[in-house]
Design a protein around this ligand. Structure first.
Ligand SMILES: O=C([C@H](O)CO)[C@H](O)[C@H](O)COP(=O)(O)O
Length: 200
């Protein structure tokens, strides 16, 4: 197998995992998430590491949509007010810094929307709404439960290391939410373009 074929295989494998993720999304959770976004006065996003990068790119598109969005931890992020919305991206739902920030936001009466693979987690327990992004990576070595996944991975033990399935899945989820909101508020690509940074 050439290097290129190997990379093509990884991309196809990821595409199939994304399809599974799409099939497993809950209608109710997605509707709740969109309602929170559309009903929010201001949206504060957060996440650590690669999940934080997904959070930032989501905040950027929310701004392009004309919504008020901020990234928690950035120098110019203003004070959160009673009832403001927080969107946290955390595959594990347990990352200490993010869990503590969510607890602080909750104490300020913020609404916590969690995008995660673990609903029953420290952040999941205090979230007002949760969207579960299925990512089975943790169980890949569990013989009984994940036989099919291991079969599919075959020679590709290097496929999607660490939190990659969650991070790629939540990035695609977040972009799909943006598209869904564009349709609901009848917003076109040209509207987003007007708000895109013009000094870069
Ligand atoms: O950056 C990350 C790591 O490389 C896993 O791929 C994670 O996004 C970071 O550690 C945060 O973890 P979660 O809160 O569990 O998403």
């Amino acid at each position: 197998m050439t290097e290129c074929e190997n990379v093509q295989d990884m991309i196809r494998l990821m595409a199939s995992k994304l399809e599974e993720m799409a099939d497993s999304l809950s209608d109710k959770e997605v509707k709740q998430f969109i309602d929170e976004i559309l009903g929010a006065r201001s949206i504060y996003v957060m996440g650590a590491g690669r999940s934080g990068l997904v959070a930032k790119s989501f905040a950027m598109r929310l701004m392009h949509l004309g919504l008020k969005s901020y990234v928690i931890g950035e120098t110019i992020t203003p004070a959160m007010k009673d009832g403001d919305t927080v969107v946290a991206f955390s595959g594990s739902g347990e990352t200490k810094t993010i869990a503590e920030l969510c607890e602080t936001a909750k104490a300020l009466n913020g609404r916590i929307c969690l995008v995660t693979s673990k609903k029953d987690s420290r952040i999941g327990k205090i979230a007002n709404s949760t969207v579960v992004i299925e990512s089975h990576r943790d169980q890949v070595d569990d013989e009984s439960a994940e036989y099919e996944i291991r079969q599919m991975m075959g020679d590709h033990k290097s496929f999607a290391p660490l939190g990659t399935l969650f991070e790629t899945g939540s990035m695609v989820f977040a972009d799909s939410i943006i598209s869904a909101v564009m349709e609901i508020i009848e917003c076109e690509e040209s509207d987003l373009k007007c708000r895109h940074a013009n000094i870069e």
